[in-house]
Design a protein around this ligand. Structure first.
Ligand code: G3P
Length: 478
């Protein structure tokens, strides 16, 4: 059946025995654009067996050889940026130029990871016993980092390639095997990306990519006894995965209600530019998007005017035309965003633009005078709609932000570095950006969410370390 993209297992492209497929709806046309295999639990079992076997040999493969293969995969990925980006445009309506950037960034991430891996995994520790009370110098302890085994990677729809390789590359350099479950929307881009690893010549079974419905294979994958580590990025599903997973290391990146705090002395042109970039890039569908602006009343009018002037300049339309604002990923997502907008309207928010929607396409909207009793003050729209809450003093920031369950990042705009540091210290977010919008990159920076926003820390170095365990050998002298 040439219409359905095959899944990847044991170094081969395969059709599922289930005879079923999963449709991928193009957010722009709202029609089925691609189909992928609906893999069965039996097929997942086979993938896991192959992953376990391949990992044993891979762990014995010299580190420099693992790095060499990753560098090769990175180069192939960059060579194939055009067809992969094309899938991103059709599956998730990512603007064409951003889709290309995602693939290039992914190639760079894989190469950086290979370089970082040879450095940090090439080093171990040597300890001697006589530093601890009561011991003579009779014990020499050698420690090194060894792989965990099989890593399960589950990336989200908004970066199906980049947030897949940010899990694949650290897992592989550290000597693990990798099973990828791509998001349904983004699955074909992910399969193309996996093909680049296939072309690079990784051993059979070391990487596999199973597609299918979360309802059929989701829990089966995350609770599979062969899995030794899960790296997940996405929404609330992550919370239920963390409750069901066994005693294995978890890396979770969930949502974020990222606040942008604007003090009186801020450079308002800089703030407005960052609100546009932070709030409306990829139509607000990023966990690091600015999701609420908390601005001091004395500069609020001026800031809102500056942002409004920039919002009208945003282009709205299909991703193929590189519009700034493109259709959101699904109809249900558009309906959810609309629900938040209507709630704010009913409760008296000021609409800086008229609300407009056609299908999944929602025009950018700034909502001023939002109050905490409106859902949009604390829920994540994951769309091009941004609430502004006016505050009278910085003391109001803490009670407002602490009601948010998910805190990924935050940002503060001020020319006073002392104030910025005090606010940064007080914010319970994984990262605070001073005078810039939140962002995950550069990809070697640590990246983490607090509270319901995640578990563990990502970024290339942290991910490599997280996907290893420490092994000691102690030499006992007579
Ligand atoms: O939503 C995914 C998150 O990782 C965002 O990444 O690069 O847009 O800050 P970025």
């Amino acid at each position: 059946d040439g219409d359905v993209f095959k899944y990847y297992a044991d170094g081969e492209w395969k059709k599922s025995n289930s005879g079923k497929s999963v449709p991928i709806v193009n957010p722009t046309t709202r029609r089925t654009h691609y189909k992928v295999q609906a893999c069965s639990q039996e097929e997942v079992n086979k993938v896991m067996e192959a992953a376990k076997a391949a990992q044993k040999l891979w762990a014995k493969t010299p580190l420099w050889k693992r790095a060499e293969l990753l560098h090769k995969a990175a180069a192939i990925l960059k060579e194939h940026k055009a067809p992969i980006a094309e899938c991103l445009v059709k599956e998730i309506a990512k603007p064409a130029k951003d889709a290309v950037t995602e693939v290039i960034r992914s190639g760079d991430l894989v190469s950086y990871c290979a370089e970082e891996g040879v450095r940090i995994l090439g080093e171990g520790k040597f300890l001697v016993s006589d530093s601890f009370p009561g011991n003579e110098r009779t014990k020499y302890c050698l420690t090194s980092k060894i792989p965990l085994g099989v890593v399960l990677a589950i990336p989200p729809f908004n970066y199906p390639v980049n947030l897949a390789v940010s899990k694949i590359a650290p897992a592989l350099i550290a000597g693990n095997s990798l099973v990828l479950k791509p998001p349904t929307q983004g699955a074909v881009a992910a399969l193309h990306m996996v093909h680049c690893f296939h072309l690079a010549g990784f051993p059979k079974g070391l990487i596999s990519c199973v597609t299918g419905k979360g309802s059929e294979i989701g829990d089966f994958l995350t609770m599979h006894p062969a899995v030794n580590c899960i790296s997940f990025t996405g929404g609330d599903t992550g919370i239920s995965i963390s409750k069901k997973a066994g005693m294995i290391p978890l890396q979770m990146e969930l949502g974020g209600k990222d606040a942008c705090i604007v003090l009186e002395d801020a450079d308002l042109d800089l703030v407005a530019a960052n609100i546009i970039k932070g709030g409306f890039s990829y139509s607000g569908q990023r966990c690091t998007a600015v999701k609420v602006v908390l601005v001091m009343e004395s500069v609020a009018d001026s800031l809102v005017e500056k942002v409004k002037a920039k919002v009208v300049k945003l282009t709205v339309g299909p991703p193929e035309e590189n519009c700034d604002i493109t259709p959101v990923v699904s109809e249900s997502s558009a309906n959810f965003i609309e629900g938040l907008v209507m709630d704010a309207k009913q409760k008296g928010a000021t609409f800086c633009q008229e609300y407009r929607r056609e299908g999944n396409l929602i025009w950018p909207l700034l909502l001023d005078n939002v109050r905490p009793d409106m859902r949009i003050a604390w829920e994540e729209p994951f769309g091009p709609v941004l609430p502004v809450i006016r505050i009278g003093s910085v003391e109001e920031v803490k009670p407002l932000t602490s009601v948010y369950m998910a805190e990924m990042q935050g940002c503060v705009f001020t020319k006073d570095i002392n104030k910025a540091m005090l606010i940064s210290d007080a914010m319970e977010t994984g990262t605070v950006q001073i005078n810039s919008a939140p962002a995950r990159g550069p990809d070697h920076f640590p990246f983490q969410g607090f509270k319901d926003s995640g578990i563990g820390s990502q970024g290339i170095t942290n991910s490599i370390n997280m996907m290893t365990k420490v092994k000691s050998t102690v030499i006992n002298l007579p």
